[in-house]
Design a protein around this ligand. Structure first.
Ligand code: 5GP
Length: 190
């Protein structure tokens, strides 16, 4: 199959990577499409099935693992699984799209290992852990326990940032957006 390119955006939860990914997708000249992941977590109130995630029961997720349906998956938080479906990536490549992955650090690095010559990995760095905590609290999507889990994971993820091809600091959204659009446009024509 004629494979498109892979644009991996990884960052701690709350770093603004989903917003940045949405901005990239609006740039029609880039021919990008979003890889919708599967997850065993419950949907948030604004999230839609098949658009934000494919929401699976923990059992259905395990079945897909056994059937080798994922090109990568991770237990991102204890007992909560996320994974990239092979069928989703192949569908988007068939449409002639380059695929954006909004996935965790380990998953992002695994995509690079799988498709080394056609992948760019970009780490979106929040200005500080403190700023990240503030953003997550403002977002009001997390319980106290989930907030703690996300912050503890964020600390570990930030230590892996140097393994990425590029680090984009998301201090102001506008600047991060400009830098990201440039990196991705250059990569796509390369
Ligand atoms: P959230 O629950 O905030 O939507 O996502 C939590 C974390 O899971 C984020 O870091 C997100 O990027 C990551 N994630 C989402 N989809 C995938 C996936 O398919 N694979 C992996 N490894 N991580 C994912």
């Amino acid at each position: 199959m004629n494979k498109g390119k892979c644009i991996v955006l990884s960052a701690p939860s709350g770093s603004g990577k989903t917003t940045l990914a949405k901005r990239l997708l609006k740039n029609d000249s880039l021919s990008l499409a979003f890889s919708v992941s599967a997850t065993s977590r419950k949907p948030r109130s604004h999230e839609q099935e098949g658009k934000d995630y494919f929401f699976l029961s923990p059992l259905a997720f395990q079945e897909k693992i056994l059937q080798n349906d994922f090109i990568e998956y991770e237990e991102v938080y204890p007992t909560i699984f996320y994974g990239t479906l092979r069928s989703e990536v192949e569908r988007l490549w068939k449409l002639g799209k380059h695929v954006i992955f909004d996935i965790d650090v380990e998953g992002g690095l695994n995509i690079k290992k799988l498709f080394p010559n056609q992948t760019i990995t970009i780490f979106i760095q929040p200005p500080s852990l403190e700023a990240l905590k503030e953003r997550l609290i403002k977002r009001k999507t997390e319980s106290k326990k989930s907030l703690e889990m996300r912050l503890s994971k964020a600390e570990k993820e930030m230590m892996l940032a140097t393994k990425f091809d590029h680090i984009v600091e998301n201090d102001t959204l506008e600047d991060a957006d400009v830098e990201l659009q440039q990196l991705v446009s250059q990569f796509i024509v390369s």
